[in-house]
Design a protein around this ligand. Sequence first.
Ligand code: HEM
Length: 226
Amino acid sequence: MDAAPERQDVAPEQGQGWLEERLGLRRVARRVLDRPVPEGVTWFHCFGGLTFFTFIVLVVTGIVLAFYYVPSPDHARASVAYIDSSLPFGSLVRNLHRWSAYAMIVLVFLHMVRVFVHGAYRKPRELSWVVGVLMLLAVLALGFTGYLLPWDQKGYWATNVGINIAGSVPVVGTYLADLLRGGHELGALTLLRFYALHVFVLPLLVGVGLVAHFAMIRKQGISKPL
Ligand code: HEM
């Protein structure tokens, strides 16, 4: 029987760092990220990547905000005021979070228009489109739930209107509105539910959607521009 071949240590490439020699991260990154791009892609193809960038900014700034925000009617406004005026860089973090949210909504629509105009939703990319629509709904729901969190007049009444619209859906409307509010009145339970949706449920849905979206893009590649 032949003896098993001896393990060969791979010689480090020239200029390779200490960490790279041990972990080989550059090789992994190359394998994951380097994909051929079809000829003729334009700046309009950047909207998907820019949407992803705003999502990362939202997650990072959202984690910082979650260290200080208190989701209760008694403390929400005071905690937001503290972030705005007393926390070092708090107002910067909060504004980055807010403006990235607006930017993400604009960019995701631009991305969708780009995909539509290029007909990139057609076979074999139908599922990328379907997952995209589900993520779009989750992104809009993130904006809606986030609007209530400062617990100010604008957020309170806008949420009231939004929940009343949900309540007008035939058959399930009343149940849906009560589920969102946590009862018949908008109050502490509504704020807590919106907070849970905003920081756990919806980001998780978008995250899972992104994994599926990117896996499909990797498998199929970017469509050839028309
Ligand atoms: C969270 C939101 C989203 C992110 C971060 C995202 C990200 C991306 C990225 C980075 C690409 C590859 C580059 C590009 O074509 O732009 C892509 C492709 C694609 N996206 Fe999205 N996307 C999102 C939402 C959507 C939505 C709402 C739709 C449609 C309803 C959609 C449908 C597609 C399709 C069909 C492709 C393949 C395009 C092609 O092959 O030319 N995506 N997405």
